[in-house]
Design a protein around this ligand. Structure first.
Ligand code: IDP
Ligand code: MG
Length: 169
């Protein structure tokens, strides 16, 4: 019931997801799917203690990708980025938990895999910035925008995590 109330509140005001209810948008990019990294990436977020609230395999349209990467439209790599991101299916996910936006970015590593420490996803599984296997929202505000861009409200599941008591005190 609380979860349902929070969903409606967050949907209307785009601001209800804070604290342990913070959410982020994570995507395994087409290279990550082709290279069979979906299970590994999911596993890392699951084992960390975050809660999966949305998951789907999608072929992203150019329109969606343009909107998703609108801030980068003037970059020289923008056209290449759109063709990379539309070159195959993407696994789109929403993860929930305390400080999930910041923590997911740390788990991913830096934009350039060469700057990413071993132990991070980009540090472990890729070598070039143009094939860096994963996307993650860079702020709570962009997470909210990206989640509503990639998911319909009814694709996000409200469920009680039975392990919560062992993750949060
Ligand atoms: P982020 O994915 O770490 O948030 P952004 O700067 O938002 O990095 O860039 C979005 C995506 O654009 C990167 O993940 C990468 O796929 C691509 N990209 C960024 N910089 C370059 C570049 O210099 N060359 C090619 N692709 C790039
Ligand atoms: Mg970014």
């Amino acid at each position: 019931m609380i979860c349902l109330f929070l969903s409606i509140f967050a949907y209307i005001f785009q601001s209800g997801w804070t604290g342990v209810n913070e959410r982020t948008f994570i995507a395994v990019k087409p290279d990550g799917v082709q290279r069979k990294l979906v299970g590994e990436i999911l596993h890392r977020f699951e084992r960390k203690g975050f809660k999966l609230v949305g998951l789907k395999l999608v072929q992203a349209s150019e329109e969606l990708l343009r909107e998703h990467y609108w801030d980068l439209r003037s970059k020289p790599f923008f056209t290449g980025l759109l063709s990379y991101m539309s070159s195959g299916p993407i696994v789109a996910m929403v993860w929930e938990g305390l400080d999930v936006v910041k923590t997911a970015r740390k788990m991913m590593g830096e934009t350039n895999p060469a700057d990413s420490l071993p132990g991070t996803i980009r540090g472990d599984y890729c070598v070039e910035v143009g094939r860096n296997v994963i996307h993650g929202s860079d702020s709570v505000e962009s997470a909210q925008k990206e989640i509503s861009l990639w998911f319909h409200q009814n694709e996000l599941q409200c469920w009680e995590n039975s392990a919560n008591h062992w993750i949060y005190n």
